[in-house]
Design a protein around this ligand. Structure first.
Ligand code: CA2
Length: 151
């Protein structure tokens, strides 16, 4: 059975493609899900793809990923990046490989976006590649866990 990559998205990412296209592009979250599934398939991974505007729900999904023995987590924590010790604690507790991803280059934006609590638990951080960053994150996770597509 293929290993599972959890792809978790934080608050307001359900709006992707409908507002602020100059910052976040025109692709929707459904497009991101398709990209993740296609990339995961290439690398022999299954995907569980979710979005929530509720911090505790994201914490529960991180714990679920551990319980289901997932390969790892690709996480765009969005607005919780710089505030959520609860999400950081969950990531530290489950000890799964975590790839943090941001669509925009947070380091080229406002100062308040740059201090990520999540990075303290992340194996790698990808930002500024647009939604392509999700594909890079899944490929990177596959490399970390040694997952290869069957031919
Ligand atoms: O660049 C990213 O992926 C961010 O995680 C996006 C977050 C922002 O708070 C982070 O600093 C960087 C915002 C997500 C909100 O998504 C929207 C998408 C389209 C329209 C409005 C909001």
């Amino acid at each position: 059975m293929a290993k599972i990559a959890y792809v978790l998205n934080g608050p307001n990412l359900n709006l992707l493609g409908t507002r602020e296209p100059e910052k976040y592009g025109r692709a929707t979250l459904a497009d991101v899900e398709k990209l993740c599934r296609a990339t995961a398939k290439k690398h022999g991974l299954d995907v569980i793809f979710r979005q929530s505007n509720v911090e505790g729900e994201i914490v529960n999904w991180i714990q679920e990923a551990h319980a289901k023995k997932a390969a790892g987590i690709v996480l765009n924590p969005a607005g919780y990046t710089t505030t959520s010790i609860a999400i950081l604690d969950a990531l530290l507790a489950v000890k799964l490989p975590v790839i943090e991803i941001h669509i925009t280059n947070i380091h080229a934006r406002e100062k308040f976006r740059q201090n990520s609590y999540i990075s303290k638990a992340a194996r790698a951080v990808i930002c500024g590649f647009g939604i392509e960053g999700y594909a890079l994150a899944i490929a990177g996770l596959a490399g970390i866990v040694g997952s290869k597509a069957k031919r």
